[in-house]
Design a protein around this ligand. Structure first.
Ligand code: MG
Length: 325
C-alpha cells in the first residue's frame, strides 16, 4: 500500500493526530482508554465514505479527509453533543501513492486541530476495491440532554441552519472540471467537498430545541424522518428557505432547480424544532453573529408535509431525496 507500511503510516502520519489525547496512548497500544467526565453521556456515531459514492475519486485527498471528519461532527451537532475523540479506519486501494496518503493525513490534521477532535485509534488496511474511510466519532452531552429527532410537536417552529441546496448544486459544480459553472462554481464545489458542522448552534441552542437532525439526504426526506418519528406533520414556505448567493444565481440562470435544492443531499445543515416561545431566542442568536438560524415553516398536528413554492403554489418534489438502496 505504501512504502512506509502499516506501522510506518501510523507512526508518521496518524500518531500526531492523537497527540492531544493521552488516552490514545500514542496509538501504540491495543485500544484507547478514555476518561468520561462525571455527569456526561457518550454520544457515538459512525459514518463511512466510499470513493465514487460520497466523494469523487479525483477530489483532493485533503478535502476527502475533512468531509469524513465533518459528516460525523455534523451528527454529533445534531444530538447537541460536543466533540470528544474519533476512531478512523482507512481502506486504501493497493497502489495508492504515499503523497496521496500524506495529503489525506494533512487534511485530517487541520480538522483535528480546528475541532479539538483527536484521532484516538483505528485501523489501516489495503483494499482491492475503492478507497473507503470510516470514522467513529465520540461526543459528550450532559446526561439526559441529547436532542432527539422524536421530540417535535404540533405548533413548533421548523428552522434550519446556514443555507440549503449548496451540497447538491456543489456536486454538479465539482463535476464541472472545465470551469463552465461561472463565478460561483468554486464556492459551491467547496460546499460539497467541505461541509460545515454546525457545532456552534448545537452548543448555543440545543437546550431550547425539541428535536434536531442534520440534513444529509435532502431537506424534504430528512424532514419526513423527523415528522415520522415525532408523529407530526409540517408545512414549509419555500420562499423562506435560505439560499446562498451562489445558489440564488444558479437558480436564476437555470443551472439549478428547486427540486435539487429541496431534495439533494450533502448539505449537513441542522433541521430543528423549537417551541414557538423560542422565537426571541432564535432572533437573539442571529443578532449575536452565530451561524444563521432561519424559520422556514411549522410542525403541525397530524401527518403530511405541505410545501409551498415561492409563487405561493402547493409544491411536491418528483423524488424525495437520496437513498442508497
Ligand atoms: Mg445525520
Amino acid at each position: 500500500m505504501s512504502r512506509r507500511g502499516e506501522f510506518g503510516l501510523i507512526a508518521d502520519l496518524f500518531a500526531p493526530l492523537a497527540s492531544s489525547e493521552p488516552g490514545a496512548l500514542a496509538l501504540t497500544d491495543d485500544a484507547a482508554v478514555l476518561d468520561l467526565p462525571a455527569g456526561y453521556q457518550l454520544v457515538t456515531t459512525v459514518d463511512a465514505i466510499v470513493a465514487g459514492v460520497h466523494f469523487l475519486p479525483d477530489d483532493p485527498p485533503e478535502t476527502i479527509a475533512r468531509k469524513l471528519m465533518r459528516v460525523n461532527l455534523s451528527d454529533l451537532a445534531a444530538m447537541g453533543a460536543k466533540p470528544r475523540a474519533a476512531f478512523l479506519t482507512c481502506a486504501f486501494p493497493k497502489g495508492l501513492d504515499d503523497q496521496w496518503i500524506e495529503a489525506f493525513a494533512s487534511g485530517l490534521a487541520a480538522d483535528v486541530a480546528a475541532f479539538a477532535m483527536p484521532i484516538a485509534g483505528g485501523d489501516t488496511v489495503s483494499t482491492p476495491g475503492p478507497a473507503t474511510f470510516t470514522l467513529t466519532a465520540l461526543g459528550l452531552v450532559p446526561a439526559g440532554t441529547a436532542v432527539l429527532r422524536s421530540g417535535a410537536r404540533g405548533g413548533d417552529l421548523l428552522a434550519v441552519t446556514g443555507t440549503i441546496g449548496d451540497g447538491a448544486l456543489g456536486l454538479l459544480a465539482a463535476r464541472q472540471a472545465d470551469g463552465s459553472g461561472g463565478a460561483h462554481q468554486a464556492f459551491l464545489a467547496d460546499r460539497y467537498r467541505v461541509p460545515q458542522p454546525r457545532l456552534d448552534v448545537a452548543a448555543g441552542l440545543a437546550g431550547h430545541m425539541h428535536a434536531c437532525m442534520d440534513i444529509s439526504d435532502g431537506l424534504v426526506q430528512d424532514l419526513g424522518h423527523v415528522c415520522e418519528v415525532s408523529g407530526v406533520g409540517a408545512t414549509v414556505d419555500m420562499a423562506r428557505v435560505p439560499l446562498s448567493a451562489a445558489a440564488q444565481a444558479w437558480l436564476a440562470e437555470g443551472r439549478g432547480s428547486w427540486e435539487q435544492i429541496m431534495t439533494g443531499g450533502d448539505d449537513y445543515e441542522l433541521l430543528m424544532a423549537f417551541p414557538a416561545s423560542a422565537a426571541h431566542i432564535i432572533a437573539a442568536w442571529n443578532a449575536s453573529g452565530g451561524t444563521p438560524v432561519t424559520v422556514i415553516g411549522t410542525f403541525t398536528e397530524g401527518t403530511g408535509l405541505h410545501l409551498t413554492d415561492p409563487a405561493g403554489q402547493a409544491w411536491t418534489p418528483v423524488r424525495t431525496g437520496f437513498t442508497h438502496f
